[in-house]
Write a protein that binds this ligand. Sequence first.
Ligand code: MHF
Ligand code: KIV
Ligand code: MG
Length: 289
Amino acid sequence: MSAEHTTEVDAPYGTGPAKPGRNPRKRVRVHHLQELKDRGEPWPMLTAYDMYTAELFDEAGIPVLLVGDSAANNVYGYDTSLPVTVDELLPLVRSVTRATKSALVVADLPFGSYQVSPEQAVTTAIRFMKEGRAHAVKLEGGAAFAPHVRAITTAGIPVMGHIGFTPQSEHNLGGYRVQGRGDTGDTVVADAVALQDAGAFAVVMEMVPAEVAKRVTHELRVPTVGIGAGPDCDAQVLVWQDMAGLRRAKAPRFVKRYANVADVLLGAAKAFADDVRGREFPAPEHAFH
Ligand SMILES: Nc1nc(=O)c2c([nH]1)NC[C@@H]1CN(c3ccc(C(=O)N[C@@H](CCC(=O)O)C(=O)O)cc3)CN21
Ligand SMILES: CC(C)C(=O)C(=O)O
Ligand SMILES: [Mg+2]
C-alpha cells in the first residue's frame, strides 16, 4: 500500500505539524472543523496566495488556508479590496490548492462577483471550485446574504460567512471600524444565526467586540473564526504577511507579528547586490567550465 493510500491518519486533523514522508494526513474537511469546535479545540487559519507559502503553512499543520480577496492589498498593490477580480484571484487559488496536501482551501468571492443575486453567487462559486479547485468559498455579508449562501450550499459548495467589519463595504461602513458596539451587537448575532441557518459551515467575525464574538460563538453550532474578535472564537485567522512581518506598514491592533520576514528578505537582497557589485558572486563553484 502506497503512502498516499494509507488509512492510518493523525487525529485530530490539522492540530499538529504534518510528518513529511510518513503517515500523510488526509484532506481536512468541513466536518473536522465542526469536530474541533465540539471538542473545544481552537484552530488556526492563515491566508495564502501562492505555492511556497501554501506548502509551508500546510506542513505547519494549518488546517484551513484562505485565498483572500485581501490579495488586492497584499499581492496586487491596490489600496482596498474592491478592485480585485475573479480573473485575478483564480490563478492564486489554483496555485494554493495545488501546493497543499492537507489544508482545506477557501476562496474569497471578490466584490461584485456575488452581490447581484444568488444566481450570480452560485455561478462565481462554481468557477472557484471548477477552475480554482477550491474546497469552499467565503463571502461577506449578514442576513441579507442568507439567500446567496443557501443557493451556493444547495449547489454542493461549502460556504464560510464573514460579518462584522466587511472590507468590501468599507465605503458604506465609514472606513476600518469596529462593528457591533452597543445595540448593534444584536445585529451581529442575528446575522451569524441567519448565515448558519442558510447552511454556512463557519462564520468569520472581523473587528467585533470580544464580548459580542463570545456571544455569537456560544450561540452558533458551527465554528466562528475571529480576526480582531477576541479570544473566545473557535478559530483565529490572520493575513500571513502581517503574521510573518513581511508587510512593514503599521499593522492593525489585532495582528501579532511572529517573525520579521521583511528584514530577512531585505538583508538577502542587499547581500546579493553587494556581492555582484564587489565581484564576489558568482564564485567559481557557481560557474560551468
Ligand atoms: N495586510 C492586511 N491585513 C488585514 O488584516 C486585511 C488586509 N490586509 N486587507 C483586507 C482587510 C482590511 N483589514 C483591515 C485593515 C486595516 C485595519 C486598521 O487599520 N485598523 C486599525 C483601526 C481600527 C479602528 O478604527 O478601530 C487598528 O488599529 O486596528 C483593520 C482591518 C483587514 N484585512
Ligand atoms: C482577513 C480575511 C478574513 C479575509 O477575508 C481576507 O484576507 O481577504
Ligand atoms: Mg476577504
